[in-house]
Design a protein around this ligand. Structure first.
Ligand code: SAH
Length: 250
């Protein structure tokens, strides 16, 4: 049976996943805890990605080399860049770019040297499955979130988007920085700190990859406000519900 790797960016998310994997066993490799078990009848290895491109690339490499995963899904939060990606929405990545990669003038800005490309596409079938699961979950919010969280974060009609996510080793938390990113990568929906690195590793190994991110902030001067509470009360619950729904129909 195919082994599915799940990388969570946050402790709260991973804890929620482990709570529904009754038989998981912990295998410790390079300082990371890999949780091997079953979920919705699938062989699953769940692990905390750690934050930033290098840490996430190392985690992905161990999943691929040691645990021989056949597909990899990343879940976490992201800052909304485009006007449509509002707090509480979900973005399923169709591709990734490293927004802080710049070897110009030797290579075009954003191109990863020797790969001949800036953009790393995600697997279409994986992305479609995740988007369908996300739409299902968001259509019945009250089943997954408490009424207080829905009210406090103004989650009236959250939406699922598919498109480009950009990654870099920076928590984008000023309006000026967000605008600069929007100018240089105008089709980007969201920004985070790991996905493009994992997409590059998965391309090297020829293993399908996709990612689902809840918009936790607008990557502006208010980005840090309520971040932890949003992760606990909204993003980690979305992740659990979306992954569960996706695995159930896989
Ligand atoms: N305080 C948090 C970590 C914050 S780093 C903790 O203790 O876990 C932010 C994480 O969310 C990263 O994994 C990144 O991928 C994502 N993220 C959310 N909003 C972001 C933004 N505006 N800019 C960059 N990354 C963001």
């Amino acid at each position: 049976m195919a082994v599915i790797g799940i990388m969570s960016a946050m402790h709260e998310e991973l804890a929620a996943v482990l709570a529904v994997m009754p038989d998981e066993q912990c295998v410790r490799v390079v300082g990371r805890d890999f949780w091997v078990g079953h979920w919705q009848g699938h062989d699953v290895v769940a692990v905390l990605s750690r934050i930033g491109k290098v840490a996430a690339a190392t985690t992905a490499t161990v999943l691929l080399e040691r645990f021989k995963i056949d597909a990899l899904v990343f879940t976490g939060a992201a800052g909304g860049l485009s006007a449509e990606a509002q707090v509480g929405d979900v973005v399923v990545a169709s591709g990734f770019v490293q927004h802080d990669m710049d070897a110009s003038p030797l290579f075009p800005k954003h191109e990863v040297p020797l790969y001949g490309r800036a953009r790393f596409d995600t697997d279409t079938a994986l992305s479609q499955g995740l988007a369908a699961a996300a739409r299902q979950v968001l259509s019945d919010l009250a089943q997954h979130l408490g009424p207080q969280a829905i009210a406090d974060f103004h989650l009236l009609a959250p939406r699922v988007h598919r498109g480009l996510i950009v990654s870099g080793d920076r928590f984008v938390s000023t309006t000026a920085e967000r605008q600069a990113l929007q100018q240089s990568l105008s089709d980007a929906l969201a920004v985070e700190m790991e996905g493009a690195a994992v997409a590059q590793v998965c391309l090297d190994y020829g293993v399908p990859f996709s990612a689902v991110r809840t918009i936790s902030d607008r990557a502006d001067d208010d980005a840090h406000i309520d971040f932890s509470r949003f992760i606990r009360d909204v993003a980690s619950r979305y992740s659990l519900a979306i992954l569960s729904q996706w695995l159930m129909h896989r």
